[in-house]
Design a protein around this ligand. Sequence first.
Ligand code: NAG
Ligand code: NAG
Ligand code: NAG
Ligand code: NAG
Ligand code: NAG
Ligand code: NAG
Ligand code: NAG
Ligand code: NAG
Length: 440
Amino acid sequence: MKPSRLILTLSTAALAEGQTLSPRPTLRPSPYNPRVPFPNPAAAARTDKVCVVQAHGDGVTDDSFSILFAFHECNDGGHVLFPRGETYTIGSAMDWTFLRHIDIDIQGRIQFSNDTAYWQANSFRFGFQNVTSFFKLGGEDIWIYGGGTIDGNGQVWYDTYAANVYTQRPVLVGIDGLRDSVLSDLSLRFSPQYYHFVANASNVVFDNIDIAGASTSKNSAKNTDGWDTYRSQDVTIMNSVINNGDDCVSFKPNSTDMLVQSLCCTGSHGISVGSLGQYVGQFDIVESVMVSNISMHNASDGARIKVWPNAPSSLSDDLQGGGGSGRVRNITFEDMAIDNVDYAIEITQCYGQKNLTLCQQFPSPLTIEDVFFRRFTGKTSKKYQPLIAAFACSSAKVCGNIHATDIKVVSPNGKHQAYCLNQNAKNLDVECTSSYKGFN
Ligand SMILES: *[C@@H]1O[C@H](CO)[C@@H](O)[C@H](O)[C@H]1NC(C)=O
Ligand SMILES: *[C@@H]1O[C@H](CO)[C@@H](O)[C@H](O)[C@H]1NC(C)=O
Ligand SMILES: *[C@@H]1O[C@H](CO)[C@@H](O)[C@H](O)[C@H]1NC(C)=O
Ligand SMILES: *[C@@H]1O[C@H](CO)[C@@H](O)[C@H](O)[C@H]1NC(C)=O
Ligand SMILES: *[C@@H]1O[C@H](CO)[C@@H](O)[C@H](O)[C@H]1NC(C)=O
Ligand SMILES: *[C@@H]1O[C@H](CO)[C@@H](O)[C@H](O)[C@H]1NC(C)=O
Ligand SMILES: *[C@@H]1O[C@H](CO)[C@@H](O)[C@H](O)[C@H]1NC(C)=O
Ligand SMILES: *[C@@H]1O[C@H](CO)[C@@H](O)[C@H](O)[C@H]1NC(C)=O
């Protein structure tokens, strides 16, 4: 890191002309309140210290040093301000897991450098599916808000990945070990890969996050999931708008007590449990998930549960798996408005395996039970017409108590059919058929 301009350390009263601190956002959960109360920082945990980060603003010089300095200086009670109108460049991987009792007020724009060689050598590794990140955020009682933008400079990554699928693209917001914290009122743009990877988090709220960033070349912005949660509990994602090219939200191994509500997702692969059971010898749990009040546009799926079978399977050169065990239990998807989505609902225990005979011969050791879909409306795309959904268990012994009620979704030709494999059809408000038209 290059030394850079000094930052100012001030009290609230001494801000420069035109600089103001954003008020901490008011969280308005609807339709549900989370299981544990929202973080509520005690006034005693804050001082009136303010650290204003100065940007070089030339689009090249690394501002990491100033940012890290401000975070250290104002940690434990202060307020870090990235003023409106400033543009910051980050060219160094930073570990932010030391943060606690801090407000980070991002009004300007923070952009990561396009040095793909540097980032591949220096980004943080998460030990799950080759996930890496530009920075690692952790700690407790951290509030990040302010209406500004975090930009991953993704285009260079979309093009590099198209030339080599083993390129390790960082996720934009990498979280490891974050507690009692809030991220709100932020725009996230052009992530090289997932927008958020949320690991080892508990009682964290994402509110009013605006995600977008399409590729401008022929190479699409792949694997740009909105959120992936992992080894986390009590995460709430709400009141957000997502325009992306993979799962809108995805619950990876050991995601429990998740609340996802009032989102508008466009262009995604839906809201997904999984994929799970990818690795032999691992035990994956996704339990007590509530997904409510979602509008899903131009997507491959609405609500989805994807589990690998107990036979080695392959989706692509860099995506193979099968044979892992675990359980998916107590999952609800409700009030979902479907608009041009291939499958409104897709449950499969045969993920990555096209041969369904083989899938049923080796039923998944990862069980699925107590799953509820209710109050779905709208119209699917033509892709699987006349099917609007697919419910595929590898065996009724390892997958059951699946209910779909008030499913008022039709395919473009007015049909309301679903592919059903090893299902109790009377629990499903669709017309079950055995004619298979594929999975996403
Ligand atoms: C990377 O960013 C620098 C600085 O903004 C710019 O000059 C250069 O053209 C960019 N390279 C690519 C491949 O986009
Ligand atoms: C999460 O916490 C576990 C247990 O402390 C640790 O081993 C792991 O490195 C942490 N991070 C991730 C991404 O799993
Ligand atoms: C992780 O990277 C290695 C080496 O590039 C590759 O062989 C493997 O398929 C990747 N795994 C995943 C899950 O992407
Ligand atoms: C998930 O939790 C189970 C049960 O505690 C544990 O056996 C497993 O190792 C955990 N998996 C991960 C990825 O942390
Ligand atoms: C459902 O979500 C929309 C935003 O997509 C929001 O305007 C509306 O208030 C939410 N409804 C409830 C009951 O929370
Ligand atoms: C099931 O999940 C819901 C959240 O959707 C939660 O309120 C409830 O307590 C869970 N029930 C069990 C038995 O875990
Ligand atoms: C969905 O795609 C269609 C066709 O490209 C487009 O006209 C429409 O605006 C898209 N819907 C949304 C919500 O972006
Ligand atoms: C599918 O798997 C079954 C059972 O192992 C096998 O007999 C059959 O040949 C496979 N079909 C194809 C098309 O590979």
